[in-house]
Design a protein around this ligand. Structure first.
Ligand code: C2G
Length: 135
């Protein structure tokens, strides 16, 4: 069984997140998603619109996701990889290079982001600043 692990805030859950999960699910048998807690987001300098529990509820409801775990700090990844027997650690390519060190434990993949959407662009559009591109 091939287990895949990824992490994120997943605020304003959108099709960019879904497409990432769909691509990851296609590469293995089990997809585990680490959702950043509100406290960790504060350390990341991110203020999510939805709470941790609300974001977990949405991610857990996604058909491609098999398990959701909390992401509480930057350096839990290696422990999680070993704990869950992860074969592939994957992130969107805005993180390219940041997690190469985890290559001693498992394969590390960076997948192209979905460029036509982001939580930031959604917030800006809702604030009346920018139209949300649909592509
Ligand atoms: N993503 C994507 N396409 C988008 C938006 C996001 O593929 N249009 C991907 C990102 O590349 C990332 C994941 O979705 O791999 C989650 O993105 P965020 O919720 O913004 O998470 P981030 O703030 O990058 O936190 O330890 C890792 C961090 O928790 C990642």
């Amino acid at each position: 069984m091939t287990t895949i692990l990824t992490y994120g805030t997943f605020d304003l859950f959108h099709f960019g997140h879904v497409r990432l999960f769909a691509r990851l699910a296609g590469k293995g048998d089990r997809l585990i998603v680490g959702v950043s807690t509100d406290a960790f987001n504060a350390r990341k300098g991110k203020a999510a619109f939805f709470s941790y529990q609300q974001r977990v509820e949405m991610v857990r409801a996604c058909r491609y996701v098999d398990q959701v775990i909390p992401e509480r700090h930057w350096d839990q990844k290696a422990d999680d990889i070993l704990k869950y027997g992860v074969d592939i650690f994957a992130m969107g390519d805005d993180w390219r290079g940041h997690f190469d060190h985890l290559g001693v434990h498992c394969r590390v993949l960076y997948l192209p982001r979905t460029e036509t959407v982001s939580t930031t662009s959604i917030k800006s559009s809702l604030a009346g600043a920018l139209p949300v591109e649909h592509g």
